[in-house]
Design a protein around this ligand. Structure first.
Ligand SMILES: [Zn+2]
Length: 201
């Protein structure tokens, strides 16, 4: 016999099954047994691109110390024209490693926002950034040495979201993320995809 709350969750499952038709079996299973599943949704937003460019040129000093920054606004046009191609590149770089990254986060007890995790794909600015208020990450896909570098940026920014504490400063937050990247199994994943976060050249 269902308790009142049991009945509610049983109804919830039926609704989830209906909503899940057309999604992958992995997502369907996650709805049924109600466990967290990493499913990053890559998006392009021209408004976000322009907003970031405005920030980049008005806060240029903050970017001078970073290892890789794209300043040229012509890349905004490039991504606008070829956004579908770049979005499919982003997915092809990320989706094969997503289950591994999900398992790594679980092993390291890192929690991410549960719903609709979005990664905005960019053409300009630094390699990546994150927004703890909107629970989204941003990663630059142009001028990467390889797509592994892009996927590595997504991992880096997801770590920021999972470990964000308002009271920490920039250097403390970066150190926490770097320490996680150096730990197993994330270090193996990052090496495998060809990203090299220690390469400051
Ligand atoms: Zn960082």
């Amino acid at each position: 016999m269902f308790s009142q709350s049991g009945l509610l969750s049983a109804r919830g499952c039926v609704i989830c099954i209906v909503l899940s038709i057309g999604t992958t079996p992995r997502l369907l299973i996650s709805h049924l047994v109600n466990f967290y599943i990493m499913n990053i949704n890559f998006k392009y937003s021209f408004v976000n691109e322009v907003t970031e460019y405005k920030y980049l040129i008005t806060h240029s000093q903050e970017y001078k110390q970073l290892r890789s920054v794209v300043w040229n606004p012509l890349y905004i046009l490039l991504l606008l024209l070829f956004r579908k191609l770049y979005l499919s590149r982003a997915e092809s770089a990320w989706k094969p490693i997503e289950p591994e990254v999900e398992r790594a986060f679980k092993m390291l007890r890192l929690e991410l926002p549960k719903d609709n995790l979005v990664c905005y794909v960019h053409s300009i600015s630094c390699e990546g950034w994150y927004d703890p208020n909107k629970n989204c990450v941003h990663a630059r896909i142009t001028k990467c040495k390889n797509l592994g570098e892009f996927a590595g940026s997504v991992i880096h920014e997801l770590l920021h979201l999972a470990t964000y504490k308002n009271e920490l400063d920039y250097n403390q937050r970066e150190k926490i993320v770097d320490d996680y990247v150096a730990r197993q199994p994330l270090s193996t994943i990052v090496r495998k995809i060809g990203d090299n976060p220690q390469d400051l050249s």
